[in-house]
Design a protein around this ligand. Structure first.
Ligand code: MLC
Ligand code: AMP
Length: 509
């Protein structure tokens, strides 16, 4: 078996001078390439010492740190499956993920150990470690006793590397199973498509529990042997201050909006920069234009998903075309993108329909959900993204909407069905609808509208407070209204479009 371990490919790209700096953090720490090599070897040896089954999952809910990134790399290195969890998730959400994924190892923050460890052991975990962003916790204490020599585990392209949970329009979250081959092929394509070159320096300011920060940004820099300027939590002032030392930046649109609000964002600060990339949510054309005007740089917008990593990108090189605001560019080399109508027919250029994709980057299926997996693929093997769009004659893809009922807020996905489920379970609530409305900072935010059972009394503030106790903070609707009835069409279906229209001006800037 020829090994296609993603870690081996990343490790092979480390520069010859292992003592040069690989990561410089916002709290003044420098990590060399040797540190990354040794640290991942020690953690991989720790995992190996637990004698886990092949395919064992390592579930991780910790604050962003270089050690957390090393844990991801160590999991690949040891041949296990990484399962990152957003730090905003609360106990009920974590309980579901752990119960569903049955991880063999769980790593959490010290403050959560008390409630996470019983859940983990109940689900069959062999070990629960802690890791905080100040490099304390049992993971590093234990790894410190392990050898810093480790032979990368052999894995084939089809072996699982990570499971990313994405919520669904109905029911519970689904774990998207990504293989070493999926992630490596995508990273290799992006390296060449975005013109990564010697001397590039990436500002890494995104969280590392989703595709954008964990795969696109991290793999991009590592596969190019490029230094990263590493920020634990995004702060626009810090990023702008670092631009003169960097060449590449990746962000969700909210990051660009927040940087534009800083007077220090000027052309001169960006003169060393080669590339600004945006994705995970639609970049407003105003943001695209304001950025161009203020910095002389044209943001490159790309499109991807947890299930597929990156799918399309505006061109990097001018000879391949202009970067067109409002579009997500061309299908990446090797990625098939087609637009189909409701009857499953291929649509001609310019017509709007469902976006379907295929390629070596497309995931293996949903964890232990063969039925769901089948539903999301066409009979000829294309994955139905749930996004609605068009491809013009020149090949530019534009996303115009979504067939899935989904709100993207600050780059995070929020599924109304999940929030409505929680609201509907509250005593006194008859029914509810959660809709997305425009927001100047987050792009889109949720608004909840609900009706009460006769005689019941419930204040909107109480609804919000109750949701806050159960759900990740970014999922909480920013406003809540109690009304006498929800608008319905003749079929009796709630007309969310009318609610969206009614509330679209709530956060007008
Ligand atoms: C924070 N808040 C949000 C929010 N983030 N509300 C809505 N949407 C969000 N995304 C709220 C909190 O609930 C809290 O409210 C208040 O803002 C302050 O919280 P915070 O944690 O201090 O916020 P902040 O640090 O400012 O975070 C904002 C952010 C963050 C934009 C930096 O959301 C972020 O890092 N987003 C990036 C997401 C990302 O990486 N997505 C990639 C997915 S991959 P309160 O009321 O409690 O005060 C993917 C595929 C692809 O989609 O194509 O890439
Ligand atoms: P996730 O499930 O978090 O991976 O989110 C994937 C979804 O984010 C996609 O299906 C799209 O709806 C959306 N998305 C990602 N990039 C873009 C973009 N550049 N423009 C519009 N939507 C995007």
């Amino acid at each position: 078996m020829s090994s296609t371990n993603l870690f081996a490919a990343l490790r092979a790209a480390f520069p010859a001078d292992l003592d040069s700096i690989a990561i410089e953090t916002d709290n003044g720490l420098n990590y060399s390439w040797r540190d990354l090599d040794r640290g991942t070897a020690m953690m991989a040896n720790l995992l190996a010492s637990l004698e886990l089954e092949p395919g064992a999952r390592v579930a991780v809910q910790v604050e962003k740190s270089v050690e957390a990134a090393m844990l991801y790399l160590a999991t690949l290195r040891a041949g296990y499956v990484f399962l990152p969890l957003n730090t905003a998730y609360q106990s009920a959400e974590i309980e579901y993920f752990i119960g569903n994924a049955e991880p063999a190892v769980v790593v959490c923050s010290k403050k959560n150990f008390g409630w996470v460890s019983p859940l983990a052991f109940q689900a069959g975990a062999k070990a629960v470690f802690t890791l905080d962003e100040d490099r304390s916790g049992t993971l590093l204490e234990r790894a410190a006793h392990c050898s810093d020599a480790h032979t990368v585990a052999e894995r084939s392209a089809d072996d699982l590397a990570a499971i990313l949970y994405t919520s669904g329009t109905t029911g519970r979250s689904k774990g998207a199973m990504l293989t070493h081959g999926n992630l490596l092929s995508n990273a290799v394509v992006l390296k060449s498509y975005w013109g990564w070159k010697r001397g590039d320096v990436l500002i890494h300011a995104l969280p590392i529990f989703h595709v954008h920060g964990l795969f696109v940004a991290l793999h991009g820099a590592l596969l190019n042997g490029s230094k990263m300027l590493w920020q634990g939590r995004f702060d626009p002032k810090w990023v702008i201050g670092k631009l003169p030392e960097a060449t590449v930046f990746m962000g969700v649109p909210t990051l660009y909006v927040r940087m534009l609000a800083e007077p220090s964002l000027q052309r001169q600060a960006c003169s060393n920069m080669r590339l600004f990339i945006s994705g995970s949510a639609p970049l407003l054309i105003e943001t695209f234009r304001d950025w161009q005007e203020r910095t002389s740089h044209t943001i490159l917008e790309r499109y991807g998903m947890s299930e597929t990593a990156m799918l399309t990108s505006n061109p990097y090189k001018a000879k391949e075309g202009e970067r067109r605001g409002g579009t997500v560019g061309f299908p990446l080399p090797g990625v098939g993108v087609r637009v189909r109508g409701d009857a499953g027919q291929d649509l001609p250029a310019g017509e709007i329909g469902g976006i379907e994709v295929r390629g070596p980057n497309v995931f293996k299926g949903y964890w232990r959900m063969p039925e769901k997996t089948r539903e999301e693929f066409t009979s000829d093997g294309w994955f139905k993204t749930g996004d609605v769009g068009q491809i013009d004659k020149r090949g530019y893809v534009t996303i115009v909407g979504r067939s899935k009922d989904l709100i993207i807020s600050g780059g995070y996905n929020v599924y109304p069905a999940e929030i409505e489920g929680y609201i509907n379970d509250m005593p006194g609530v008859a029914e509810s609808a959660v809709v997305g409305v425009p927001h100047p900072d987050f792009g889109e935010v949720g608004v909840a509208v609900l009706t009460l059972k006769s005689g019941a009394a419930l204040e909107p503030e109480a609804v919000i407070a109750s949701l806050k106790a159960k759900l990740a903070n970014f999922k909480i609707p920013k406003r809540c209204y109690v009304v006498s009835e929800l608008p319905r069409n003749t079929m009796g279906k709630v007309q969310k479009n009318l609610l969206r229209d009614q509330h679209k001006g709530l956060f007008a800037s």
